[in-house]
Design a protein around this ligand. Structure first.
Ligand code: NDP
Length: 328
């Protein structure tokens, strides 16, 4: 057994430490599939894990990185054989199980998804956890019976990873998309993804009324807190909001008014432990419905050794769209 390059988070007196170094293959955790990782991404949660700004990492030492694509090297799992192209998001990888910012990973095959037809390994990670979460949100709104004939769709945190993919998916599905952003300079970018209107996020960021003028039938919110409360307050009767993030905060200072007076629904999205059937359906829809030129336009690529820089930037809201990490 040899060694491989990885980012390593460890615990020290004053908090977490972070270094880029060699890991012994013998130190990989239990699993029935070993994957040669070719690509990963930088999600908001990766920023939290790398910097230690939130207690994301639950085992030390840890290799951070919550998602990857790559090629199976060895497998004792009946569904996978050496050479298979696979991807993984969630399941605690990069949090409690050694993660994706590495040249190798050993995981249970039950966590893997075969690379969907129509996507290569880099495109799969351009989508990554953030884009997959945007798709889960779109599916939740669809299941609620919402469609573009009922009004507009709002996306908050629109210039971010979840937000950019959500704007592109909703616009492609025919929605009039309102993109809420704090970055006025990204208005042209958001229009290029399909946004029809840009909303200054400051309008949603301050405490507001329990009910406001009805403005959208559907929303995908990656921001939480006061923003989500205001999004609910301005959702049309019988509309729904898919809540998937907490970029502004974990709290939700709302009232029951939107729920009991307008029949608004709040749909929770958890991408980490989604069952396999729904996972594969979401990836198949991404491969079919997400325009690959639009995906390329929202994607920046960095080598593994530069992930620490992007991890800081994403927490400061300075990363636009998606970041792919090339490995090996
Ligand atoms: P990004 O950092 O790429 O996007 C977040 C965006 O939110 C920013 O780009 C910014 O958009 C906006 N934002 C940042 N800070 C604030 C603030 N203080 N107030 C209002 N808006 C703010 O992160 P991701 O897209 O990777 O993730 C978005 C959120 O979704 C995170 O909270 C993440 O933890 C969560 N998430 C949840 C998942 C789940 O399973 N439920 C899976 C994946 C992500 P702009 O500049 O346009 O205003």
């Amino acid at each position: 057994m040899g060694t491989f390059k990885a980012w390593i988070v460890d615990k020290a007196e004053g908090g977490q430490t972070l270094r880029f170094g060699d890991v012994d293959e013998a130190d990989l955790m239990d699993g029935d599939v070993t994957v040669r990782i070719t690509h990963s991404t930088v999600n908001y949660k990766d920023g939290l894990a790398m910097t230690g700004r939130s207690p994301i990492v639950r085992r030390f030492p840890m290799i951070p990185g919550i998602d990857f694509s790559g090629v199976v090297e060895t497998s004792e799992h009946p569904e996978y054989k050496p050479g298979d192209a696979v991807l993984l998001t969630g399941w605690g990888v990069g949090e409690s199980h050694l993660g994706a910012y590495a040249e190798r990973a050993r995981v249970t095959g039950d966590w893997l998804v075969p690379l969907p037809a129509g996507l290569d390994a880099a495109q799969a990670m351009a989508i990554g956890t953030a884009g997959y979460t945007a798709m889960l949100s779109v599916i939740a709104l669809d299941r609620h019976g919402l469609d573009p004939s009922q009004g507009a769709a709002l996306v908050t945190g629109a210039s971010g990873g979840v937000g950019s993919v959500a704007v592109a998916l909703l616009a492609k599905a025919g929605w009039h998309v309102i993109a809420s952003t704090g970055r006025a300079e990204e208005a042209d970018y958001l229009r290029s993804l399909g946004a029809a209107e840009i909303l200054d996020r400051a309008e949603l960021g301050q405490p507001g009324k329990p009910l406001a003028k009805e403005r959208w039938a559907a929303a995908i919110d990656s921001v939480g807190s006061t923003t989500l409360a205001n999004v609910l307050a301005a959702t049309r009767a019988n509309g729904a909001v898919a809540a998937c993030g907490l970029a502004q905060g974990m709290d939700l200072p709302t009232s029951v008014a939107p729920f009991i007076l307008r029949g608004v629904s709040l749909l929770g999205i958890n991408s980490v432990t989604t069952p396999q059937t729904q996972r594969r359906q979401a990836w198949a829809r991404l491969a079919r419905e997400l325009d690959l030129d639009t995906l390329a336009a929202m994607t920046t690529t960095v080598p593994l050794a530069e992930v620490d820089r992007v991890a800081e930037a994403i927490l400061d809201g300075r990363v636009r769209g998606r970041t792919v990490v090339t490995i090996g």
